[in-house]
Design a protein around this ligand. Structure first.
Ligand code: 0X9
Ligand code: ZN
Length: 321
């Protein structure tokens, strides 16, 4: 791809190749699952990590879904999540006791590129593309009029108002023709179903936020708030250093049809949106192509990711940050 750090989906040795090769090399702990196919025919791939003498059926162990790159341009989210997946695989191989405990007790699911069409498009055509590649106007080409925002297409307050998503096809927050109209949305829903996940960490970028539901309104507290508070930390001592934890609709902005709202309300999966990376305006989407800075961002995010996994067996009694 011409970058030091970033790798596209399609290229030889890219993200898709890595998923297949990790599954092939580590059959005792890695299972690959094709959840669906995009408009352009790319596979939407999840990987399950768990260790057992005999294969355990999906959804039988306390589960965490780590997902990333619903928004095509948010490359740092895939790279942090990819390093997390490899941290678990390498840790298991080298006998890291904490990692081995987690993989014996839980199933961890990784959806590194939730929007592979859009992701590939940011390498080949337009670095700042956000949405998927639905041909909204049916003219057979991809232009500004095309694409659905994968994080506005979920069947939870879908299209509730025009502030939280848009009905305009050219908008970057176009919600799509109907709830769960998109293969990327259907794949995420099937993953949450299959895993019966206790928790989801849905990495995005940017802004150094650690967001949790609800996103569609600020009004109603949830009975699960104590778990969100315990795992997220607070402004003075956040679970991801320098990130501000908070209610997504309150500290950032209102959305509807959003993933973590759906996960929490419809699936009973407590879910966060970490917004990785600092920056201002659109520049923040272009995280530096610099190994040391990318690794530092991964290491910053790691303790929270581990705490969530360690809490999955008993979410009511979370590993308090
Ligand atoms: O707008 C989004 O989908 C997320 N931000 S991003 O810049 N990565 O596009 C935020 C989603 C979190 N939910 C709410 N803020 N309600
Ligand atoms: Zn995003």
């Amino acid at each position: 791809s011409g970058y030091d750090v970033w790798r596209s989906w399609d290229e030889a040795g890219g993200i898709r190749d890595e998923l297949y090769s990790l599954a092939k090399k580590n059959p005792q702990i890695v299972k690959l699952e094709v959840l669906g196919h995009t408009a352009q025919g790319r596979e939407i791939i999840a990987v399950k990590l768990t260790q057992a003498a005999k294969p355990t059926p999906d959804g039988t162990r306390p589960a965490v879904v780590y997902s990333s790159t619903q928004h095509a341009r948010e490359w740092i989210s895939t790279e942090v999540n990819r390093r997390l997946m490899n941290y678990y695989i390498d840790g298991w191989k080298s006998g890291d006791q904490e990692v081995k405990r987690i993989l014996k007790n839980n199933e961890l699911w990784f959806l590194l590129v939730a929007n592979p069409d859009g992701y590939q498009y940011t390498f080949d055509h337009e670095r700042l593309w956000r949405k998927n590649l639905r041909d909204n106007d049916g003219d057979g080409q991809i232009t500004r009029a095309d694409g659905v925002d994968p994080n506005r297409n979920f069947p939870e307050h879908f299209g509730f108002d025009e502030e939280g998503s848009s009905a305009q096809i050219s908008s970057d927050t176009y919600r799509g023709p109907s709830a769960a109209s998109e293969p990327e949305t259907q794949a995420m829903i099937s993953l949450l179903d299959r895993s019966k996940a206790e928790f989801q960490v849905n990495y995005h970028s940017f802004g150094q936020w650690l967001l949790y539901p609800e996103g569609w309104q600020t009004g109603t507290p949830s009975a699960d708030d104590p778990i969100y508070y315990a795992l997220s930390g607070n402004r003075d001592d956040p679970a991801i250093p320098d990130f501000e934890p908070g209610l997504s609709s309150d500290v950032l902005y209102v959305t509807n049809g959003e993933t973590t709202d759906f996960a929490h309300s419809q699936q009973g999966t407590l879910a966060w949106t970490p917004e990785l990376g600092e920056g201002d305006q659109e520049g923040g989407f272009v995280f530096p192509d610099d190994e040391a800075q990318v690794q530092a961002e991964f290491e910053r995010a790691l303790p929270f990711a581990l705490d969530v996994a360690k809490s999955a067996a008993d979410p009511a009694d979370p590993v308090s940050h």
